[in-house]
Design a protein around this ligand. Structure first.
Ligand SMILES: *Cc1c(COP(=O)(O)O)cnc(C)c1O
Length: 523
């Protein structure tokens, strides 16, 4: 709820940190600003930044820049953020190209036809990477579009599946008011959103203590006449394991069911084609009708781009597509928003042609090696590894502490995964702890995402810090660990401060998190 902000009341806006700051009488310079000194000699450096009311007057651009930049230095260092899949490194040339395109509105095909064409080239390259059927006549080939991220892509895909199901039901003279969708309870929150926003009933296949992916048999057994589709995840956000899309596909075929499969390849879509090209999860499988992928994860672009591809125009009902007139020719568009920057699409094109398949393969291979190395090292340190290695899952390591053996004599361990995560914060590492999907007995885990900029050398620093943190925690008693943990949670993590969480929305009970205590993995 961080981004849904409340507008505070007058009583709340005067939030002096220390109420009774003593007036100190010094003879301080009080000259009018002439801005010949540095930013820090100006009066702005001696005032708080405007927070609630827009200021009456201007401030010099150098001051605004420096003050905001300085404030942002309290954000975490993205390089040390091992929680997220989202790209934190791009080459300077890519950054330059993207900055040069900031002022282009992507939706404006008429003014920026090249940007539109560049998106089409990306769609084609990505579609082919996923073995999409290519351009037969009659609009028979695959179609796709750029989005803001996989979430928008998934919203569009769910809308398309729902519309297609509904049309078919109506054509058959059957009721079309109770659509449902089948998915793993470990889905990313955007699936819950899509189901809720578009009024589709969620049918979950629950994880168990030792299965963190969808059970294909169970998924297919949940199919009924109201099922609009099955979601399969290529790389779940908790353990990175690839769900068995082929098994779901084959079961559907075997039972003669034509239920569509949508593959959520948000993070795996740019990994598997290079690391395990023989894994069949994409349009090679006949029931797979649509696939999404995040350009800003292993597509290696800064946040703000995703892609969705449909097997053919048949799977994207015409009612959902709007035409925008472009130089006298209609340009079809399917998006949830209208205006957006063109930079991210351009950044994606840069990466695709700059790196080529060989470049992506080189990067993804290194990430797989680093993840394997980290996984082996943590196992040697006594952790239980929950993720797959050797390229059978995303390049991430999900792990937990071994169970404590208590025979009444031996010392118990006083800390859990959250305690260790908090301790690592003091070195700057952001390694998140989670409570897994429902029905897993509140299994807790830690997760490190291996991104392009996480080299073997940095991996070694992390391992050393994990060892050190455990030693520190082992020496602390239960009480001090709790106090220490609370302190770090409150002061080093933004969620601990959570002053931006609106009272009305704080304790919602409708989501899997609200209902079961599942915490969503960051992605
Ligand atoms: C990241 C992720 C999403 C959401 O994607 P965004 O690009 O962040 O909108 C959805 N599903 C999975 C499996 C993800 O990893």
């Amino acid at each position: 709820m961080v981004h849904l902000a409340a507008i505070p009341h007058e009583d709340e806006v005067d939030d002096k940190l220390v109420k009774e700051v003593k007036k100190i009488h010094l003879q301080l310079a009080n000259d009018e600003d002439c801005f010949t000194t540095s930013v820090y000699g100006s009066r702005f450096a001696a005032q708080d930044l405007p927070r609630h009311e827009m200021p009456e007057h201007e401030m010099p651009k150098e001051v605004a820049y420096r003050m905001i930049k300085d404030e942002l230095s309290l954000d975490n260092n993205p390089m040390l953020n091992l929680a997220s899949f989202v790209t934190t490194y791009m080459e300077e040339e890519a950054e330059k190209l993207m900055a040069e395109s900031f002022s282009k509105n992507f939706i404006d095909y008429e003014e920026y036809p090249q940007s539109a064409d560049i998106q089409n080239r990306c769609v084609s390259m990505i579609g082919r990477l996923f073995h999409a059927p290519v351009g037969a006549e009659d609009g028979g080939g695959a179609v796709g579009t750029s989005c803001v991220g996989s979430s928008e892509a998934i919203m569009l895909a769910v809308l398309a599946m729902k519309k297609r199901w509904k049309k078919q039901r109506i054509a058959e003279g059957k009721p079309a008011d109770r659509p449902n969708i089948i998915m793993n309870s470990a889905v990313q929150v955007c699936w819950e959103k899509a189901a809720r926003y578009f009024e589709v009933e969620e049918k979950y296949v629950y994880c168990t203590q030792d299965r963190y992916v969808i059970d294909p048999e169970e998924a297919v057994s949940l199919v009924d006449e109201n099922t609009i589709g099955i979601c399969a995840i290529l790389g779940t956000t908790y353990t990175g394991e690839y769900e068995d899309v082929k098994a779901i596909n084959d079961l559907l075929v075997e039972k003669g069911l034509d239920t569509p499969i949508h593959v959520d390849a948000a993070s795996g879509g740019f990994v598997t084609p290079f690391v395990i090209p023989d894994l069949e999860w994409d349009f090679r499988l006949e029931r797979v009708v649509s696939i999404n992928v995040s350009g800003h994860k292993y597509g290696l672009v800064y946040p703000g781009v995703g892609w969705v591809v449909w097997r053919g125009a048949d799977f994207l009902p015409q009612e959902l597509v709007f035409n925008i007139n472009y130089l006298g020719a209609d340009q079809a568009s399917f998006t949830l928003n209208f205006s957006k920057g063109a930079s991210q699409v351009i950044g994606q094109y840069y990466q695709l042609i700059r790196l080529g398949k060989h470049g992506y393969r080189a990067i993804m291979s290194n990430l797989t090696r680093t993840a394997n190395y980290l996984s082996d090292s943590l196992e040697a340190l006594g952790f239980i590894i929950m993720s797959k290695t050797a390229g059978e899952g995303l390049p991430l390591v999900a792990f937990r502490l071994p169970p404590v053996e208590s025979d009444g004599e031996t010392e118990e361990r006083h800390y859990d995964e959250f305690g260790l995560a908090h301790q690592l914060r003091s070195r700057g590492w952001v390694v998140p702890a989670y409570t897994m999907a429902p029905n897993t007995e509140n299994l807790k885990m830690l997760r490190v995402v291996v991104r392009e900029d996480f080299t073997r050398n940095r991996c070694d620093s992390l391992i050393a810090d994990i060892k050190l943190s455990q030693q520190v925690l082992d020496k602390m008693d239960k009480d001090s660990i709790q106090k220490h943990s609370d302190f770090i949670h409150r002061h080093h993590t933004a969620s601990g401060k959570a002053s931006h969480n609106h009272a009305k929305y704080k304790k919602e009970k409708h989501s899997l998190q609200g209902k079961t205590g599942k915490t969503h993995a960051i992605c």
